[in-house]
Every structure is written in C-alpha cells, then in structure tokens.
Design a protein around this ligand. Structure first.
Ligand SMILES: Cc1cc2nc3c(=O)[nH]c(=O)nc-3n(C[C@H](O)[C@H](O)[C@H](O)COP(=O)(O)OP(=O)(O)OC[C@H]3O[C@@H](n4cnc5c(N)ncnc54)[C@H](O)[C@@H]3O)c2cc1C
Length: 287
C-alpha cells in the first residue's frame, strides 16, 4: 500500500520507539514521488525516512515519506580499478555486502555492520566509521525538490555526519564510485563487524549515537564522566553500559518521553560539568 493513515512508526525504527504518523507514504517509484510530493509538502509537515536506524519518533501529525519501496542497484561502469554503481535510496547497504566481497569493491565495508542503514539515510547523515565516510565515494545525488516535484542532480559537500539532505529534498538515487582495493574483503568485513559488536550494543534496540562528538571530545566519554553510563528511566530506556552514547530500549517498552528525558538530562549534566553543549546526532521527530 502506498498510503496509510494513523500509521504506527515503532517498527520502522531500530530503537522500537514511536507514536503514530497521520500519513505514511511509501512511493513505489519516482513517478509517484514527483506527482505527489508537491501536494503533500504544501499540506503537511514531512519527514523522509530510510531504515530508521538514527531516528526516534513521537506522534507526528504530518506525513512520513519512506524509501522502503525504492530498492535496487546496478553497475553502470566498471574498469579493472573501480566500479561505478547506481543505487536507489531505499536499498539497505547490506544488499551490497555479497557483491562487494565477490568483486573486491571497497569503501562501504565499514558501514555493513549497521542494522537497516539505507543508501539515502547514509547519504543524508554522511554515515561513517573507522576513518571512512560514505561521502568519500558519492559522485552524484539525484533528488526531488519537494515543492515542485522536479528532479535535480548534485555533487554535495559533506561534513561530519551532515549533508545538504534532507534539507534540499528527497534523495531517490545516487551514483557511487568504489575503488577495487585488493583487500581480502570477506576477512575485513568479519573483523569490522566483530569490532563493532565489541563496542556497540548491536543485540539491543538502539538508534546509534545519540549525540555527535563535539570537536576534540567523545560524546560517550563525556556521558560516562557525568555518570550516565548504564543510567535508565523507569520504563527501561538506558544509556548503554557498552557504549554510553547509545540509548538502548532494554524493556522494549520505552516511550518517546523517556528518550526526551534522557537527552535533556545528558545535555544538562554535560553542560554543567564541562560547558559543552551536546548536539543531537539522532533525529527526534514529533509534532
Ligand atoms: C547499532 C547502530 C550502529 C550505528 N553505527 C553508526 C556508525 O558507525 N556510523 C554512523 O555514521 N552511523 C551509525 N549509526 C546511525 C545510523 O545508522 C546512520 O545515521 C544512518 O546513516 C541512518 O540511515 P537510515 O537509512 O537508517 O536513516 P534514517 O534513520 O531513516 O534517517 C536518518 C536521516 O536521514 C534522512 N533521510 C533518510 N532517507 C532519506 C532520503 N531518501 N532522502 C533524504 N533524506 C533522507 C532522514 O530524514 C533523517 O534526517 C548506527 C545506528 C545503529 C542502530
């Protein structure tokens, strides 16, 4: 179904928190996006959703536009040294694990261990880990300008966990140029996943990093120092013992209110102790 009303958002997030959206729109192609987005943005607040791995929803009286039906990728050019891929926004990056390993395409392996991350969400957040960011490999982003429904092409400037999206529009596809780096990628992916499993609560509902790292600091370390590692609300939302910057929904019954409470508490304590104002990395969506 393309449209749903009063749509429960919880299952669309990795942290399993969410109220309802007034409308949920999952276009099946660029045609539907082009024709319907202008009307939707003139009538409602909109939020563009990928895999929901960095998003916490409350109730949202607007429309959530999901990329979940926009999946697929293809090779558009290949040389002995690199490959150019065209990837639709809703494609989970895990779909590229096998072909990357088989063909020696490097660059995305540091992100393969992240649950449910999509190409569109990775571009919007300039997702990165272990010294690489997706922005290093993005050549062109094709996006829809919401008010007009027109398609534009961009070579965006990326920053630390930032890009011009979703501000500029809905990303529907992108081209990436990946080098063939000659690594044993199967081994590398296994090592990176192990490293991630050791330092992050991958077996629990979480939304990844809650706060960005302030320049010269680690948000997780600051949270530890103000005593928030392992700190929980009554409903079982906690700062992870494994990684203090990750909120974990231990009870699976935590609410949006719990998330706001912990975020406010963390910001207040860190500011009091260090004079540093933490900036959210996680997207808090309510209206
Ligand atoms: C266990 C875990 C580990 C993580 N580790 C890392 C890590 O190592 N490094 C890292 O960078 N992040 C990490 N994250 C956070 C998260 O995976 C990234 O921020 C990721 O890029 C979000 O992708 P998504 O598809 O889930 O996006 P969503 O959470 O759905 O959305 C995130 C943002 O992208 C925007 N967006 C999504 N799709 C589109 C689109 N088609 N067009 C325009 N805007 C769009 C949304 O509006 C929102 O602003 C982790 C998360 C988890 C749960």
């Amino acid at each position: 179904m393309v449209f749903s009303t009063d749509f429960p958002l919880r299952e669309k997030t990795t942290i399993l928190i969410g109220g309802k959206a007034k409308l949920f729109f999952a276009p099946r192609g660029v045609g539907e996006l082009k024709s319907l987005l202008p009307k939707l943005v003139s009538d409602y607040e909109t939020f563009f959703l990928g895999g929901g791995s960095n998003t916490i929803f409350g109730d949202f009286k607007g429309v959530v536009v999901s990329s979940e039906n926009l999946k697929g990728w293809r090779v558009i050019e290949e040389t002995p040294k690199w490959v150019r891929l065209e990837i639709l926004a809703g494609t989970p990056l895990r779909e590229l694990v096998k072909p990357s390993i088989q063909n020696g395409w490097c660059g995305l392996e540091t992100l393969f261990g992240i649950p449910r991350i999509t190409l569109g969400g990775a571009i919007a957040m300039n997702a990165g880990a272990y010294g690489l960011e997706i922005g290093n490999f993005v050549e062109r982003v094709f996006y829809i300008d919401p008010p007009t429904g027109e398609i534009f092409e961009d070579k965006p400037a990326f920053g630390y966990r930032s890009s011009p999206f979703p501000r500029k529009g809905f990303v529907f596809k992108a081209t990436l140029k990946l080098p063939k780096c000659g690594l044993d990628l199967r081994r590398r992916v296994r090592e990176l996943n192990l490293r991630r499993r050791k330092s992050q609560p991958l077996n629990l509902p979480t939304a990844g990093s809650t706060f960005k790292n302030p320049k010269g600091f680690y948000a997780g370390k600051l949270l530890e120092e103000v005593g928030l590692r392992g700190f929980c609300t009554e409903n079982g939302l906690c700062f992870s013992k494994k990684h203090a910057n990750f909120l974990v929904n231990l009870s699976k019954e935590a609410t949006f209110g719990d998330a706001l409470k912990l975020i406010d508490l963390a910001r207040e304590r860190v500011f009091k102790a260090f004079g540093i104002l933490l900036e959210e990395e996680v997207k808090i969506v309510s209206l």
